[in-house]
Design a protein around this ligand. Structure first.
Ligand code: CA
Ligand code: CA
Length: 371
């Protein structure tokens, strides 16, 4: 897709991307100012759990009241793309209070890897709470050098299986290495144990955790109303992808990509190797996707079933029409800020988190219809 004429004009006049509020079909209300927010999820009581990358978990009300940081968050390795990552609730959170956090964890000899811990959230009367009985249920293996491409988004399906997007840690080949769980989509029971019906379960070890192969840096994971799993991933130089994640399939990275390596080395495009599963939508030039939400609310009735993807470098919110197993971008909104994450609120409003960079942005915004 080409950038909008307004965006191009804005670039020419201002020399930088600015929000184009008049063209938006929604009103964006700033609700709270956060500090490097990365993920959020709504609790049954209508409040939000929000992570901040340096290692803070907060409770935020829909009026913008922010709690003190919750004690009990694991130590995170903050730096580069790493830190505290995703937060999701157990499907039975209302009765078991279980919360899952993903984060970058330091290892020996300057290595790192994503980890997932779960624990019980105990709420208090002061608008805050604490996490207790935290236990690590999954780790990227092996830990490697560098601080990029953790992925570490999570989603539960309707049957209670936990899916994890695991990035290839900027090391390319692990995405095709069946002895590593990097560059894969992972499927586990809620306690981190491995289901026997996983596609490679009979191979044991970390291989048994693998649901699909050949991913780069998947930064969004969501189920549609038909129970299909979608994942977007940050491509190399261009070639961002929206994939329909199918059991046991290979998505081809780093053998194929519609983008190319940053050093200029060409990667053959998907259409040269049909044995690999091709993306359902792809972006050249890149949008730098972050977060993935599939809308099913009533406040924007025309958008039911659409996917929403935030753009980091592109500073847009992208609306994607999903129809069965097809996907196409139908609209993008110039937000004037890097967008990290999207969620649907209890009343059907769309909530987004800006991605703070160099001290600016990082707001929680609520989107409601204009008329
Ligand atoms: Ca979320
Ligand atoms: Ca290519």
């Amino acid at each position: 897709m080409k950038p909008s004429a307004t965006l191009v004009l804005g670039l020419v006049i201002a020399g930088c991307v600015t929000a184009d509020e008049e063209s938006w079909p929604f009103i964006a209300t700033p609700v709270a100012q956060l500090n490097e927010p990365w993920a959020m999820t709504f609790m049954p009581d209508g409040r939000l759990l929000v992570t901040e990358k340096p290692g803070r978990l907060l409770i935020v009300t829909r009026d913008g009241d922010i709690s003190a940081p919750l004690p009990g968050v694991p130590d995170v390795d903050y730096g580069g793309q790493g830190g505290l990552g995703d937060v999701v609730l157990h499907p039975d959170f209302a009765t078991n209070n279980l919360v899952y956090l993903s984060y970058a964890e330091a290892g020996d000899d300057n290595t790192r890897g994503a980890a997932i811990a779960r624990g019980e959230l105990i709420l208090n009367d002061d608008g805050g709470g604490e996490l207790i009985s935290m236990e690590v249920i999954w780790r990227q293996q092996p830990k490697v050098s560098g601080r990029g491409h953790y992925g570490h988004r999570m989603a539960f399906d309707d049957d209670g299986y936990l899916f994890i997007a695991s990035g290839e840690r900027q090391k390319f080949d692990p995405a095709q290495d069946m002895q590593m769980n990097l560059g894969k989509i992972i499927r586990l029971f809620d306690d981190g144990s491995v289901p026997e019906d996983n596609p490679f379960a009979d191979q044991g070890g970390v291989t048994a955790q693998i649901w699909s192969i050949g991913h780069r840096n998947p930064l969004g994971l969501a189920f549609d109303s038909a129970g299909q799993l979608w994942s977007q991933e940050m491509g190399p130089r261009h070639g961002d992808e929206l994939n329909l994640v199918i059991r046991g399939e290979n998505y081809g990275y780093p053998i194929v990509s519609n983008g190319n390596h940053y050093n200029g080395t060409e990667i053959p495009n998907h259409d040269t190797r049909p044995e690999f599963e091709a993306p359902k939508a792809t972006w050249v030039p890149a949008i730098s996707p972050a977060g993935l939400m599939i809308y099913h609310g009533d406040m924007f009735p025309d958008w039911k079933g659409n996917a929403f993807i935030g753009g980091l470098r592109s500073k847009v919110l992208v609306r994607v029409e999903l129809d069965g197993d097809t996907a196409r971008e139908v609209e993008r909104y110039d937000m004037g800020a890097r967008i990290r994450e999207e969620e649907q609120g209890p009343d059907g409003a769309i909530w987004i988190l800006e991605d703070e960079q160099r001290g600016s942005g990082g707001r929680l915004l609520k989107l409601t219809p204009k008329s």
